[in-house]
Design a binder for this molecule. Structure first.
Ligand code: SAM
Ligand code: SF4
Length: 330
């Protein structure tokens, strides 16, 4: 086993696999109302190809954790089957999905049976009007049902990811936290990042970790959690003495690139060594040209070696990657 190491000594053990760039919501901070030019079907990895590449990552490159994402991973027809096949190959690998939870009420049981361990659900508000405004769809009830179904199916601890937008839901952090604590969900706020398709992000407009913590502190007593953070992106705080916690993922204002252990595979088979990388390494072409597992593993190692020390968002020369978050896999 030769791991995915980069020239700064970081080792990638956490693989985010995007299963599609399509989505059934249109979150304003992610994509435009009309959607995007979706990947042509032929460019998308087949289920067999996804399972093979994950097998290489786990079997030859030391990957320990797989997170399926997108776009919306639940719209990928083969999702349950992919999970089952990965689980059959490896009993120990940790498998989760990041999802908007539309349709999760129907599939949570099948996903748990297939061997999925956990879900991360994105939910930015528990107010119906704000949900509609942010996602451009009136589907809050489906998300709430999906969360409950995931918990009931044993896909816990259920984590909830939230993005705050100025003037839209930035006054709702305490309300969302209280709602999650009541239901036993672990809430984490994510700072908005320059990864939207419309290039509408602005440093001045984004809600910062300091602001999120100030808003929460007006309603709760937060103390830094005692457990070591390691490579986890979220800074954790206990709420009102615990056991409940809340996390803040401050990718922009408190970057954690030095401890990053992540690597990404896009739905069209490109390895990205960082969300913000401006280049990719094509595994699909090599795979379809008949490359062996060992050759694909070597390409993957080479792609990781070139990972930059940091994302450079604060650098005046920073350029947003060509692909938006939904096409990279968030
Ligand atoms: N559709 C799924 C979902 O929403 O959970 C998975 C893909 S989505 C791109 C993954 C995560 O990225 C979600 O939690 C979403 O809120 C977050 N996200 C999308 N665009 C973002 C942005 N510009 N800045 C920060 N987070 C973003
Ligand atoms: Fe879809 Fe997730 Fe992007 Fe929202 S954040 S539009 S749910 S991919």
């Amino acid at each position: 086993m030769q791991p995915l190491i980069d020239q700064y000594g970081r080792v990638a053990t956490d693989l985010r696999v995007s299963l599609t760039d399509r989505c059934n919501l249109r979150c304003t901070y992610c994509m435009p109302a009309e959607g995007l030019d979706w990947l042509p079907t032929d460019d998308q990895l087949t289920d067999d190809e996804v399972v093979r590449l994950i097998g290489i990552a786990v079997g030859e490159l030391g990957v320990e954790e797989i997170r399926f994402t997108g776009g919306e991973p639940l719209v990928r027809r083969g999702l349950v089957d992919i999970v089952r096949r990965v689980r059959e190959r490896d009993a120990d690998v940790e498998m989760s999905i990041t999802t908007n939870a539309l349709g999760l009420a129907r599939t949570a049981g099948a996903l748990a049976d297939a061997g999925l361990n956990r879900v991360n659900v994105s939910l930015d508000t528990v107010r119906r009007d704000s949900f509609h405004e942010i996602t451009r769809r009136d589907r809050l009830d489906d998300v709430v049902a999906g969360l409950a179904a995931a918990e009931a199916a044993g896909l816990g601890p259920v984590k909830v990811n939230a993005v705050l937008l100025r003037g839209v839901n930035d006054d709702q952090a305490p309300e969302l936290l209280a709602w999650c604590i009541e239901r036993g969900y672990q809430l984490r706020f994510i700072e908005q990042m320059p990864l939207d398709a419309q290039h509408g992000w602005s440093r001045a407009e984004m809600v910062t970790a300091d602001e999120i913590l100030a808003s929460l502190s007006a309603a709760f007593t937060l103390s830094p959690a005692s457990e070591p953070r390691g490579s986890a992106p979220a800074e954790l705080f206990t709420v009102d003495g615990g056991p409940a916690t809340v996390g803040v993922i401050a990718s922009v204002t408190r970057p954690f690139c030095g401890d990053c252990d992540r690597v990404r595979l896009t739905a069209d088979g490109q390895v990205r060594n960082c969300l913000f990388a401006r280049s990719e390494s094509d595994l699909r072409l090599a795979l379809r040209a008949g490359a062996t597992d060992a050759e694909l593993a070597e390409r993957w190692r080479t792609a990781m070696w070139g990972k930059l020390p940091g994302h450079g968002i604060d650098d005046p020369t920073f350029l947003q990657p060509d692909r938006p978050m939904s096409a990279i896999g968030g």
